[in-house]
Design a protein. Sequence first.
Length: 139
Amino acid sequence: MSKILKRPIRVLVAKVGLDGHDRGAKVIATSLRDAGMEVIYTGLRQTPEMVVNTALQEDVDAIGISILSGAHMTVFPRIIEFMKEKKMDDVLITGGGIIPEADRRKLSEMGVGELFPPGTTMASIVTYINEWVTAHRNF
Protein backbone atom coordinates (compact mmCIF):
# COMPACT_ATOMS: atom_id res chain seq x y z
CA MET A 1 0.00 0.00 0.00
CA SER A 2 1.20 3.51 -0.74
CA LYS A 3 2.61 5.28 2.31
CA ILE A 4 0.64 8.41 1.40
CA LEU A 5 -2.70 7.06 0.19
CA LYS A 6 -5.07 4.94 2.23
CA ARG A 7 -5.38 2.48 -0.64
CA PRO A 8 -2.99 0.68 -2.96
CA ILE A 9 -2.05 2.38 -6.19
CA ARG A 10 -3.28 0.40 -9.20
CA VAL A 11 -0.96 0.22 -12.22
CA LEU A 12 -1.49 -1.45 -15.59
CA VAL A 13 1.76 -2.58 -17.25
CA ALA A 14 1.42 -3.33 -20.96
CA LYS A 15 3.33 -4.33 -24.07
CA VAL A 16 1.76 -2.94 -27.23
CA GLY A 17 2.11 -4.22 -30.78
CA LEU A 18 4.52 -6.87 -31.99
CA ASP A 19 7.25 -6.04 -29.47
CA GLY A 20 7.95 -9.46 -27.95
CA HIS A 21 10.59 -8.40 -25.43
CA ASP A 22 8.77 -8.53 -22.11
CA ARG A 23 11.49 -9.21 -19.56
CA GLY A 24 11.73 -5.52 -18.61
CA ALA A 25 7.95 -5.22 -18.29
CA LYS A 26 7.88 -8.23 -15.98
CA VAL A 27 10.71 -6.81 -13.85
CA ILE A 28 8.87 -3.47 -13.59
CA ALA A 29 5.57 -5.20 -12.74
CA THR A 30 7.23 -7.27 -10.01
CA SER A 31 9.06 -4.26 -8.56
CA LEU A 32 5.88 -2.16 -8.46
CA ARG A 33 4.07 -5.03 -6.75
CA ASP A 34 6.91 -5.37 -4.25
CA ALA A 35 6.51 -1.63 -3.54
CA GLY A 36 2.91 -2.27 -2.49
CA MET A 37 1.10 -1.41 -5.70
CA GLU A 38 -1.58 -3.54 -7.31
CA VAL A 39 -0.29 -4.45 -10.76
CA ILE A 40 -2.19 -5.74 -13.76
CA TYR A 41 0.13 -7.07 -16.48
CA THR A 42 -1.58 -7.45 -19.85
CA GLY A 43 1.00 -9.63 -21.51
CA LEU A 44 2.24 -9.31 -25.07
CA ARG A 45 0.68 -8.07 -28.30
CA GLN A 46 -1.91 -5.66 -26.95
CA THR A 47 -3.48 -2.93 -29.05
CA PRO A 48 -3.73 0.63 -27.71
CA GLU A 49 -7.51 0.19 -27.49
CA MET A 50 -7.17 -3.06 -25.53
CA VAL A 51 -4.80 -1.36 -23.07
CA VAL A 52 -7.14 1.56 -22.46
CA ASN A 53 -10.21 -0.68 -22.14
CA THR A 54 -8.42 -2.88 -19.60
CA ALA A 55 -7.23 0.20 -17.70
CA LEU A 56 -10.80 1.49 -17.56
CA GLN A 57 -12.22 -1.86 -16.43
CA GLU A 58 -9.53 -2.26 -13.77
CA ASP A 59 -9.90 1.35 -12.55
CA VAL A 60 -6.15 1.95 -12.61
CA ASP A 61 -4.31 5.05 -11.47
CA ALA A 62 -1.52 4.65 -14.01
CA ILE A 63 -0.72 2.92 -17.28
CA GLY A 64 2.90 1.96 -17.90
CA ILE A 65 3.93 1.04 -21.43
CA SER A 66 7.15 -0.88 -22.01
CA ILE A 67 8.36 -0.30 -25.55
CA LEU A 68 11.49 -1.46 -27.30
CA SER A 69 10.17 -1.72 -30.87
CA GLY A 70 10.60 1.89 -31.97
CA ALA A 71 6.84 2.35 -32.37
CA HIS A 72 6.54 4.79 -29.44
CA MET A 73 5.51 7.73 -31.66
CA THR A 74 2.55 5.67 -32.86
CA VAL A 75 1.66 3.76 -29.69
CA PHE A 76 1.58 6.60 -27.15
CA PRO A 77 -0.50 9.03 -29.27
CA ARG A 78 -3.07 6.27 -29.95
CA ILE A 79 -3.31 5.43 -26.25
CA ILE A 80 -3.74 9.11 -25.41
CA GLU A 81 -6.47 9.38 -28.06
CA PHE A 82 -8.38 6.42 -26.58
CA MET A 83 -7.89 7.74 -23.04
CA LYS A 84 -9.41 11.08 -24.08
CA GLU A 85 -12.36 9.29 -25.69
CA LYS A 86 -12.96 7.42 -22.42
CA LYS A 87 -12.49 10.62 -20.34
CA MET A 88 -9.52 9.14 -18.47
CA ASP A 89 -7.82 12.50 -18.01
CA ASP A 90 -6.86 11.70 -14.41
CA VAL A 91 -4.91 8.52 -15.25
CA LEU A 92 -1.14 8.70 -15.66
CA ILE A 93 0.32 7.42 -18.92
CA THR A 94 4.01 6.66 -18.47
CA GLY A 95 6.48 4.12 -19.72
CA GLY A 96 9.97 3.23 -20.62
CA GLY A 97 12.29 1.53 -23.00
CA ILE A 98 14.29 2.67 -25.96
CA ILE A 99 12.93 6.16 -26.69
CA PRO A 100 15.24 8.91 -27.96
CA GLU A 101 15.35 12.14 -25.93
CA ALA A 102 13.82 14.23 -28.75
CA ASP A 103 10.86 11.84 -28.92
CA ARG A 104 10.50 11.86 -25.13
CA ARG A 105 10.12 15.65 -25.28
CA LYS A 106 7.48 15.42 -28.04
CA LEU A 107 5.55 12.76 -26.14
CA SER A 108 5.69 14.88 -22.98
CA GLU A 109 4.13 17.77 -24.91
CA MET A 110 1.31 15.38 -25.93
CA GLY A 111 0.58 14.53 -22.31
CA VAL A 112 2.74 11.48 -21.65
CA GLY A 113 4.31 11.48 -18.20
CA GLU A 114 7.89 10.64 -17.40
CA LEU A 115 9.50 8.12 -19.75
CA PHE A 116 12.24 6.02 -18.21
CA PRO A 117 15.26 4.88 -20.23
CA PRO A 118 17.19 1.67 -19.55
CA GLY A 119 19.21 1.91 -16.36
CA THR A 120 16.61 3.92 -14.44
CA THR A 121 16.39 2.80 -10.84
CA MET A 122 13.21 1.13 -9.68
CA ALA A 123 13.14 3.47 -6.68
CA SER A 124 12.83 6.50 -8.97
CA ILE A 125 9.97 4.89 -10.93
CA VAL A 126 8.12 3.96 -7.73
CA THR A 127 8.64 7.46 -6.31
CA TYR A 128 7.40 9.10 -9.51
CA ILE A 129 4.21 7.01 -9.66
CA ASN A 130 3.54 7.51 -5.93
CA GLU A 131 3.96 11.28 -6.18
CA TRP A 132 1.91 11.63 -9.38
CA VAL A 133 -0.99 9.53 -8.12
CA THR A 134 -1.00 11.31 -4.76
CA ALA A 135 -1.16 14.68 -6.51
CA HIS A 136 -3.79 13.72 -9.09
CA ARG A 137 -5.86 10.80 -7.73
CA ASN A 138 -5.83 11.17 -3.96
CA PHE A 139 -9.22 9.60 -3.20
